[in-house]
Ligand binder design. Sequence first.
Ligand code: C2E
Ligand code: MG
Ligand code: MG
Ligand code: MG
Length: 291
Amino acid sequence: TVKAQGKNGVRASGEGLVEASARRSRLARDLPGAIERGGLRLVYQPVVGVHERRVLGAEALVRWDHPVLGPVPPEEFVGLAEDDGLIVPLQRWVLETATAEHARLVAGGRDLKLGVNISVRHLQARCLVEDVTRALERSGLPARLLMVEVTESVLMDDDQRLLAELAELSALGCVVSLDDFGKGYSSLAYLARLPVDVLKMDRGFVSGIDTDPRGAALVGSVVDLGRTLGMDVVAEGVETAAQREVLVSLGCGFLQGWLTGRPVPAAELPAVVDGFDPGLLGAREPLPVPW
Ligand code: C2E
Ligand code: MG
Ligand code: MG
Ligand code: MG
């Protein structure tokens, strides 16, 4: 797997190392062309409101189908772009394409949010606000419909300038979300000071939730934390009805995962949104929660 070959991964055989480094240089050689000449595409995964019982938005996820090596996982080539100084052009392409495609969807009369993943390196490059502003202007997408997803590694970088950039995005009217929440090291004190509107709870929290009471208790406290800080909480990676049951009973208001929708190309999203089956959220209205 990619993870096993990753930065610190030690492969058993010398041959494996040679293969891994050949793959890396091939990808590094081909990525700039893919960014510039239409080699990338976006898919969109629905985010569903438990109480609204419908699709409220979609997250753009970048895809690269390499002509020889086949599909390359986004974590692999985003990491490569970060190492090779290509993150800004990559993110500009994602922002421009996602806002343009989403603006067409919204023009069709659907009030849906768009989630876009942002690299901390783009924040550090100091041009994120400028790039977001330009993408919004060109596409005509209202800022309030754009949700910028940053990973919690911004928490580890105690850099006031990064926080100031995030606050600027907020001031533009964008929604700011903290992605993969709980995966790394989160300082709770710091979280309270972040200009963040949404917590996206990492898939790792959700996977065992239906069989592990301690895991469920943990998710319950993240939901409570979100409520205390005035943040919405989205559960990522919801695959089964059993997981959904627990999440809903704990008061989690937003779900994203294979259960409620796989990522699809922009052209298929209207049918997915309009044809969403609320039965996927359970047969009845969620129970009232005790607070
Ligand atoms: P993420 O932002 O946390 O995105 C969610 C990931 O979980 C996606 O993987 C999605 O396909 C996957 N997923 C969704 N529902 C389920 C489920 O029910 N079960 C399981 N097992 N997986 C589910 P994907 O598309 O491979 O993306 C992986 C990561 O790559 C993303 O994690 C994000 O951090 C990064 N990424 C993707 N697109 C971009 C981008 O345009 N820019 C940047 N900087 N990073 C991106
Ligand atoms: Mg994300
Ligand atoms: Mg995530
Ligand atoms: Mg991730």
